[in-house]
Design a protein around this ligand. Structure first.
Ligand SMILES: [Cu+2]
Length: 155
């Protein structure tokens, strides 16, 4: 039992260092930004992360940009009859005291016309713009798969 606890804290510690790089702007914390590794010539991709709002007032994510793609848009998924389709949104509320997930099948930052392929192990810069907190530059980790839950939630 003790060994198990010790191992999982060690794991959490190493994940925090390697994967779950946190970024802070004002009262907002951006956690573990990642993007899926893609074959060369894939035209579009998506970036995922978590935004925690530790403040007492709500904020909104209003834009994103990266030198790695011609265009970045905020997207979410909406149900259209039987299927979930992604849809562009102008902004997304980050209410006070909540953590808003950007994840496959849900909210994401969509990247169009990638300037170069995204290979696993690489990182690329992304700027997020919030209505109140302003802009923050983060680094996106390119991974084969979504980070494991152990990489999150240890804050
Ligand atoms: Cu999309």
């Amino acid at each position: 039992m003790f060994a198990r606890i010790a191992f999982s804290s060690l794991l959490a510690l190493s994940c925090t260092t390697v994967l779950a790089t946190d970024y802070q702007v004002g009262e907002l914390l951006i956690d573990a930004p990642w993007s899926r590794a893609l074959p060369p010539n894939t035209p579009a991709s998506a970036v995922y992360f978590t935004v925690r709002n530790n403040g007492l007032t709500g904020d909104r994510l209003v834009g994103a940009g990266t030198p790695n793609a011609a265009k970045a848009e905020l997207h979410t998924h909406v149900r259209m009859g039987e299927v979930m389709r992604m849809q562009r949104i102008d902004s997304l509320a980050i209410p006070a005291g909540t953590a808003v997930q950007f994840a496959p099948g849900g909210n994401h930052v969509m990247l169009f016309d990638l300037k170069r392929p995204l290979a696993a192990g690489e990182r690329f810069p992304l700027t997020l713009e919030f209505e109140k907190a302003g802009k923050i530059a983060i680094e996106v980790n390119v991974l084969h798969d979504a980070p494991t839950p152990e990489g999150h939630g240890h804050h």
